[in-house]
Design a protein. Structure first.
Length: 306
């Protein structure tokens, strides 16, 4: 026996309520919850320094004490090494070891609110430029450091790209898995500009701004364009189409100062694990050219993917 008309109406009303509830949760509750989570002070534990490294502390210009590992260079160049969102220098141990094997000094830094560092947590790194400034000030004071580079994973790469215009002392930056950290940066991709595509991001970043009391920093593309003396090696996981798209935009923005490697069959920040030899070769060759070449010896950087 088929439902009566009032019965069908009750069913339709229930379905409509469920649909509206699902929309409310997906487009408002979930992004708002993620925004709150982004500023919660959940910190990853940090173990003892790797062999050849020592514990150091830095102070940013807003008085926040930052924790780091430091190993001095053998070749005159030091790299600021920065982890991803919610992580710490513990996550970059293998990268630190790789750089140190080739004679580079390494300052593996915990961003503010991460690992052992003080200050408020922001998993989008909106205050990260200050942290880069503290790292640059520390390295400029170290004996044997004649050149500075930067290497960051995901959020760490975004922080370095965002600080490039303010700290040209960081002459070469490797950004592995960088994408975006604000609505304005999301709109670098034309596909993300319609409201139906960016609405949840607007809610997410709006909640982060309210909960943290801070505004999004200078957009990455503006910083990269203004950093006229900085070279970039951009690495994107080939299995993450949006990550590839962002890094293609970054490459076009920086022009001849940028190289792009789309790592085949790699996920987000998975290129090192998937292609360890090729990753090491590319990163070290980039830093060697940008930081160790004497006047007149620097090779022009070009764009491309493999």
């Amino acid at each position: 026996m088929s439902p009566t008309l009032p019965g069908r109406r009750r069913i339709l009303r229930r379905v409509l309520v469920l649909v509206l509830l699902a929309i409310f949760v997906l487009y408002l509750v979930l992004p708002a919850a993620l925004g709150i989570f982004a500023v919660l002070p959940l910190r990853e534990e940090v173990g003892a320094p790797p062999e050849g490294f020592r514990e150091v502390t830095l102070t940013s210009d807003d008085g926040i004490v930052l924790e780091a590992w430091y190993a001095p260079p053998d070749n005159g160049a030091a790299i600021v090494l920065i982890h991803g969102a919610g992580a710490s220098r513990e996550a970059v141990r293998p990268y630190a070891a790789m750089l140190a094997r080739h004679g580079y000094g390494v300052l593996a830094l915990d961003l503010a609110g991460h690992g052992g560092s003080g200050g408020p947590t922001n998993r989008f790194g909106w205050g990260g430029t200050r942290d880069v400034g503290a790292a640059v000030e520390f390295l400029e004071a170290q004996e044997g450091v004649d050149a500075i580079g930067g290497m960051g994973l995901s959020l760490g790469g975004e922080v370095l790209l965002g600080a490039a215009s303010e700290y040209p002392q960081v002459r070469a930056i490797v950004a592995d898995g960088a994408t975006q950290r604000s609505v304005e940066e999301l709109h670098a991709l034309e596909s993300e500009r319609p409201l139906y595509r960016s609405f949840t991001a607007r809610v997410l970043y709006g909640v982060v701004q309210i909960a943290s009391g801070t505004a999004p920093p200078e957009p990455l593309l503006d910083s990269m364009a203004a950093a006229e003396s900085t070279g970039f090696l951009l690495i994107a996981g080939g299995n993450v189409p949006q990550e590839v798209a962002f890094n293609e935009v970054f490459t076009r923005t920086a022009g001849e100062r940028a190289q792009l490697w789309v790592a085949p069959d790699a996920g987000h920040t998975g290129a090192f694990g998937r292609h360890p030899a090729g990753y090491e070769e590319r990163v070290i060759a980039f830093f060697d050219t940008a930081l160790l070449s004497g006047p007149g010896e620097e090779e022009a950087t070009g764009t491309g993917s493999a």
